[in-house]
Design a binder for this molecule. Structure first.
Ligand code: MN
Length: 287
């Protein structure tokens, strides 16, 4: 099942080249009272809502994919967790290019651990990425986004797949420089997910997916998740050895080699086999 959010808070089921409006299903979510839970209610409820989504899709209005504005398929992630230096060839390019590593000792994800990106950095693929700090390098990083479906702590890798709600195409936009990742990668609009999520049952092996990114039509990144240093199960084990994972948490699993700067006005296209693809504009002006 492919689920999207579109046109101002609507819920969509993606089928072929259409989005079918299934927004009334959101009415089945439990009513909320302050203090609100640190999780995404829709993602948590998704397994129970599948029947209702299919039923609503039989009568819902269809829209062409090309005609809708996509919002992030997860509205309220409690955490966006990043995986640094998690493809060997990206580790090597980070060591070789001082403008990527900025004097840091590029060791391993096991040494570095993971990092958090602010929720306020999240956008969907129909929004613009708005760059800051024109004098500095702002890079694209395509990543497989893993959406957590249920709460878990100290999850074993062998059990990890059972905690995944689905997958999405993610961009971990990055300001290069000396600050910690949680600061540089948390600028507004620097976390992109979309266009939709694909539920985990439709992805046989998340560790065998081609992913690619172009800028203005020029190939920049092309790899496969089989080259991950920590594969998806191990990332879940690693993240949950420190954090309790909650429904709607997003793990950006790391970027392969080929990272590079983007500039105002650029068009980024990014895709992952079996998941989806989108094009997103870099706004013509800096923030
Ligand atoms: Mn990254």
């Amino acid at each position: 099942m492919m689920i999207c959010r579109f046109n101002g808070g609507n819920l969509g089921l993606v089928k072929g080249d259409q989005v079918i409006d299934v927004t009334p299903v959101l009415g089945l979510l439990p009513a909320q009272h302050y203090p609100l839970p640190q999780k995404d209610l829709l993602i948590e409820a998704l397994p129970k809502l599948r029947g209702a989504i299919e039923a609503e899709a039989k009568k819902g209005t269809s829209h062409a994919l090309s005609s809708v504005r996509f919002e992030p398929p997860v509205a309220n992630p409690g955490k966006i967790i990043g995986a640094p230096i998690n493809y060997k060839a990206h580790v090597e390019e980070s060591k070789a290019d001082a403008n990527i590593g900025h004097g840091r000792n590029i060791t391993s994800i096991g040494d570095w651990g993971m990092f958090l990106k602010a929720g306020t950095s999240l956008i969907g693929c129909s929004d613009d990425i708005v760059l800051r700090f024109p004098e500095r390098r702002n890079d694209h990083e395509i990543e497989l986004g893993v959406i957590i479906g249920k709460q878990g702590n100290q999850i074993k890798a062998a059990d990890a797949m059972g905690y995944i709600a689905g997958y999405t195409v993610a961009l971990d936009m990055t300001l290069r420089g000396p600050e910690f990742q949680c600061f540089r990668k948390s600028i507004d609009t620097y976390s992109v997910i979309g266009p939709w999520l694909v539920t985990a049952d439709e992805v046989a092996d998340p560790d065998a997916l081609d992913l690619w990114l172009t800028v203005n039509g020029e190939p920049k990144q092309k790899s496969n998740t089989s080259f991950l240093v920590y594969d998806i199960a191990r990332l879940i084990e690693f993240a949950s050895s420190f954090y309790t994972l909650m429904p709607g948490d997003i793990i950006m699993s790391g970027t392969p080699e080929g990272v590079g700067p983007v500039r105002p006005g650029d068009l980024i296209e990014a895709g992952i086999n079996s998941i989806g693809q989108f094009s997103i504009r870099v706004a013509p002006e800096y923030a």
